[in-house]
Design a protein around this ligand. Structure first.
Ligand SMILES: [Zn+2]
Ligand SMILES: [Zn+2]
Length: 348
């Protein structure tokens, strides 16, 4: 028997949050009640906690691992109570132009999740969750719950990697060695890229070199474009992934791109609305492509779940700390520190 009440985190504004008690939701036909095991604190939740994102109140939490508690109706999946699942918490309406054209990662209603609790948000920082069967990705029991929760960010990175079309031996520069930078590093290496990272934090540079990067640039002391050219025999970067939210890196990234270079804006740029100035002739003369990716499609999520289920990505270096739900504030403070990667809030 599931309990009838559960705890849930509500983000309220700069350094303000509360843990409230609400009814455990009832799954409608085709829906599944999930008992949440843990939820990671991603950048969106962190920015809401600091006040940089002002959309509050918010039920944050979208990198979630849970176990099936109850299924309402039948499913073609081999899914049973107790099974561990990764959960896609992005709404994919299936009806809008973006969804019908195959871009369900940028569904026009991506964030219109049902207002089950009176407050918007994916609500992963809750003891129970409702999900559609189509948004569940069953995982082998041997996969640690922290790894399962990283399916969502890995899926986003996988989309970025696929869009870059890395050819074996191409020079790949990754700007920023946070969680997303590290995931890009691993997948770029798996595609045969020769990876250079750019990161001001010396510990993160050292970690990137230990994980297989060929060289590391310190952009706080070195001239980015000159270093990239020096490290690529004057050719430039075939692929550049921007994994920091700073507009100032876009110009140098485009200028250091090789002929036919692809520059991908993985991160959103903050503050939103910031402009960048670029010489348009770079695109003409060198056929450079500047593009980006947003979230992940259902297919990207499926593929990321496969990689994690089969242990093909080394996620242990990204697991920094776990805090019980009662200590969710301490968890946020830890997540904001430079010496952590992912911090998890455990529910059980
Ligand atoms: Zn995330
Ligand atoms: Zn849609």
């Amino acid at each position: 028997m599931s309990p009838s009440r559960m705890r849930q985190v509500v983000l309220l504004g700069p350094r303000q949050l509360t843990v409230r008690e609400v009814e455990v939701p009832e799954p409608e036909p085709g829906e599944v009640l999930i008992r949440v095991e843990l939820c990671a604190l991603c950048t969106w939740e962190q920015r809401t906690y600091t006040g940089e994102e002002t959309f509050v109140p918010l039920l944050g939490g979208h990198e979630v691992t849970g176990r099936v508690e109850a299924i309402n109706g039948s499913t073609y999946l081999d899914l049973h109570p107790g099974d561990r699942v990764a959960i896609s918490l992005l709404n994919r309406c299936g009806q809008c132009q973006a969804c019908r054209r195959g871009y369900d990662n940028i569904c026009e209603h991506g964030f219109d999740l049902p207002l089950r609790y009176g407050i918007p948000g994916p609500a992963g920082l809750s003891e129970y969750l409702i999900a559609k069967v189509t948004d569940l990705f069953p995982m082998p029991p041997s996969v640690p719950p922290e790894h399962v929760a990283l399916t969502e960010p890995l899926a986003c990175v996988l989309r970025s990697i696929k869009r870059a079309r890395i050819h074996p031996g191409e020079k790949v520069v990754i700007i920023g060695m946070g969680v997303m930078g590290v995931l890009h590093l691993q997948l770029a290496l798996a595609r045969g890229g020769v990876v250079i990272v750019s990161e001001p934090n010396p510990d993160r540079r050292a970690a990137a070199l230990a994980m297989g990067a060929t060289a590391a640039i310190d952009p706080s002391r070195e001239a980015y474009r000159e270093r990239v050219l020096a490290l690529t025999d004057g050719w430039g970067a075939d692929v550049t992934f921007i994994c920091v939210p700073h507009a100032a890196v876009v110009g140098p990234a485009v200028e250091a791109a090789a002929k036919n270079g692809r520059v991908l804006m993985y991160s959103s740029i903050h503050p939103r609305g910031t402009k960048v100035e670029l010489d348009p002739n770079i695109f003409h003369n060198k056929e450079v492509v500047l593009t980006g990716t947003m979230s992940q499609s259902q297919r990207d999520f499926f593929e990321a779940a496969q990689l994690i289920a089969h242990g093909l990505v080394d996620l242990d270096p990204l697991i920094s700390a776990r805090y019980p739900l009662e200590e969710v504030r301490a968890a946020f403070e830890a997540a904001l520190r430079e010496d952590t990667y992912r911090v998890f809030v455990t529910m059980a």
